[in-house]
Design a protein around this ligand. Structure first.
Ligand code: NAP
Length: 153
């Protein structure tokens, strides 16, 4: 069973739509904070697991029986590393066999791309967790460009 976190977001939805082309729906689960926002996913046959990165207990329950977990980095900047650590700890406790994390290119403590610091801290924690992992070195997401360019567009 594959679980995708942040499944009500742009990336989560996109990943699930891609997965549906290659694996049956009954092999996919989605982590959502509010199941009322997940009707579209339920209609596609995806199992809904309720959980919040801030609530470690909810994550352990949500990750039960999951083999592969795609941890999509949190959009909330409040203690972002702590949120990811909660998810990694929960994955370990639940016996997840492979954790994939959406990081960024060239993460380092010196990076001028501020989220990159959270990413490297998360990567280091993931590497020390003992869970087999894959780190995605995602580039800049195109939908952020209008946000940065703003009225100049
Ligand atoms: N590389 C880049 O250029 C770039 C740009 C933008 C974002 N990002 C990263 O990529 C991630 C995904 O992007 P996106 O466009 O899909 O973001 P998005 O559409 O804003 O979706 C964010 C998702 O995160 C969920 N979420 C937020 N806080 C959570 C929490 N405490 N516990 C569990 N789930 C939580 C949201 O759930 P709700 O629906 O309940 O709010 C939503 O599903 C972002 O969160 C951010 O870390 C990277």
């Amino acid at each position: 069973m594959i679980l995708v976190t942040a499944a009500t977001g742009h990336l989560g939805k996109g990943v699930i739509d891609f997965l549906l082309k290659v694996v049956p729906a009954h092999q996919i689960a989605a982590l959502v904070r509010d199941p009322a926002k997940a009707e579209e996913l339920t209609a596609k046959g995806i199992a809904i697991r309720k959980g919040d990165y801030f609530d470690a207990t909810s994550l352990v329950k949500a990750f039960e029986g999951i083999d592969t977990l795609l941890l999509i980095s949190s959009g909330s900047l409040e203690d972002r590393v702590g949120q990811h650590v909660n998810a990694i700890n929960a994955a370990k406790e639940a016996g997840v066999k492979h954790l994939i994390y959406t990081s960024a290119l060239k993460t380092s403590y010196q990076t001028k791309f501020i989220p990159g610091v959270d990413h490297i801290k998360t990567e280091e924690y993931l590497k020390s967790s003992g869970i087999p992992y894959t780190i995605f070195r995602n580039t800049f997401y195109a939908e952020v460009v209008p946000m940065l360019v703003g009225n100049a567009l």
